[in-house]
Write a protein of this length. Structure first.
Length: 436
């Protein structure tokens, strides 16, 4: 226990020392020139590999297109409608710059776009830039809805999983909307999906990227160590990323149950004694903004861009996570051994399990639980949801404050079920009724 606390203290101290240095960092300018040919923009130049180039509407800075480079650092925007634009460039969280506004028309004369001065960023500027980027993306998604908008995908997942709970028999007999915690779950969906995940995750990962690459650079380590991103064909790259990130999520989930410090945050998710489709977003923002950005570090060493990491992390298996919390009575058969399902994930949320620290940690793929011996799906009993000695408040604000209060008290060892197969005698609500 002391080792964990000392690591946290020293890590926090080192982080703030680094922040103080970076906030006083000097700025350096680098010039890049873009060429406009009719309605095509061609961008190239040494130092632009691993950069992101965003085409913006000059009038309101609305993002219109995002391009990533080829292996040589070349970019190309094609079929741009006539109008007034500017280009924004950001390279691995370190450099940021804008071109002067320019006009696109149907002419074919090559024109030099005014040069962009790329300025080195500090840690705080990198965070703020990432935050502002996604604020603009979200504003654009709301003001210009289309089939390509991520918002459409979000709402489709919500709608489909809700309908599944309406039409299928219930695994555990409690009402869909009148169940305890339904409206709190919906509040968490709005809070996590539209504030923490979409905006905060990008900004936090920008900051982690900055710290990682600056730290490695200070030690003389050039990144990427091996550019696996460019070496793999797109299909193989996606498959590798999916498997690798799913294993990291599985391992991170395992740590959330084994570390007393992390469990105080993750306990918010497990304190629920009823589940539904929206319960998948019922967790403390602290665990999301610490573990998930940190998992980007190994991908940085392999040449994966931070922007793609966030996109993959947010959207990969999004449907499966919502499906796994639906209260539906469906036999998924052999699929239980491959993917996360409600049939197995309800045991992850159960108190009457054989493991003190939980079972079925799968995020998308159940194969990790099968391989490491944590798979559990009995046929002869029903899961009892929640945790023993449940002292987590019912209110949203109370749950946000809970982990911090617990960390300043003598918190017990993490345990999803202290008594293994012994059936808990009372729910949290039953205990409170007995006291009143």
């Amino acid at each position: 226990m002391k080792g964990w606390k000392n690591s946290i203290r020293y890590g926090t101290l080192m982080l703030w020392m680094f922040v103080a240095v970076q906030l006083n960092a000097q700025h350096h300018g680098h010039q890049r020139v873009f060429v406009l040919k009719g309605n095509v923009i061609e961008i190239s130049g040494e130092g632009l590999r691993n950069a992101s180039v965003l085409l913006l509407n000059a009038a309101d800075s609305t993002p219109l297109a995002l391009e990533t480079s080829d292996k040589k650092g070349n970019y190309r925007f094609t079929k741009i409608p006539a109008g007034r634009y500017l280009v924004k460039v950001q390279r691995t969280g370190f450099y940021l710059g804008y071109s002067a506004p320019f006009t696109v028309d149907t002419g074919n004369v090559a024109t030099a776009i005014p040069a962009v001065s790329l300025t080195s960023l500090t840690l705080s500027e990198s965070f703020i830039s990432g935050f502002n980027d996604y604020v603009e993306v979200m504003k654009s998604s709301f003001s210009n809805p289309s089939v390509y908008s991520p918002l459409i995908y979000l709402f489709l997942v919500y709608l489909i999983t809700f309908i599944l709970e309406v039409i299928f028999p219930k695994r555990i007999n409690y009402p869909l909307i009148q169940r305890k915690g339904f409206w709190t779950d919906l509040l968490y969906v709005i809070f996590i999906d539209f504030t923490i995940q979409v905006i905060g995750l990008y900004a936090m990962t920008s900051a982690v990227e900055f710290l990682t690459l600056k730290g490695l650079g200070a030690m003389g380590i050039q990144t990427p160590i091996f550019n696996l991103h460019d070496a793999l064909p797109p299909g193989v790259r996606f498959l590798f990323f999916f498997i690798a990130i799913d294993f990291l999520q599985w391992f991170g989930h395992f740590l959330l149950h084994r570390s007393n410090f992390l469990w105080q945050f993750h306990k918010i998710h497990h304190a629920q004694e009823t589940l539904g489709f929206a319960s998948t977003r019922h967790f403390h923002f602290g665990e999301y903004l610490v573990l998930k950005p940190a998992f980007w570090i190994p991908f940085a060493l392999l040449g994966f861009k931070m922007e793609l990491y966030v996109i993959y992390y947010v959207w990969i298996a999004y449907f499966l996570t919502f499906l796994s919390h639906t209260n539906i009575k469906v036999n998924f058969g052999f699929l239980n051994y491959i993917f996360i399902t409600p049939q197995t994930h309800y045991w992850h949320h159960s108190r009457n399990i054989p493991g003190k620290y939980g079972v079925n940690y799968a995020s998308s793929l159940a194969i990790w639980d099968v391989l490491f011996g944590f798979f559990y799906n009995p046929k002869d009993k029903q899961p009892i949801l929640g945790i023993p000695d449940n002292d987590v408040p019912d209110s949203f604000l109370g749950q946000m404050a809970y982990p911090f209060k617990r960390l300043f008290t003598k918190a017990p060892d993490p345990a999803q079920n202290k008594d293994a197969d012994v059936k808990p005698t009372q729910t949290r609500q039953e205990k409170r009724k007995g006291k009143s």
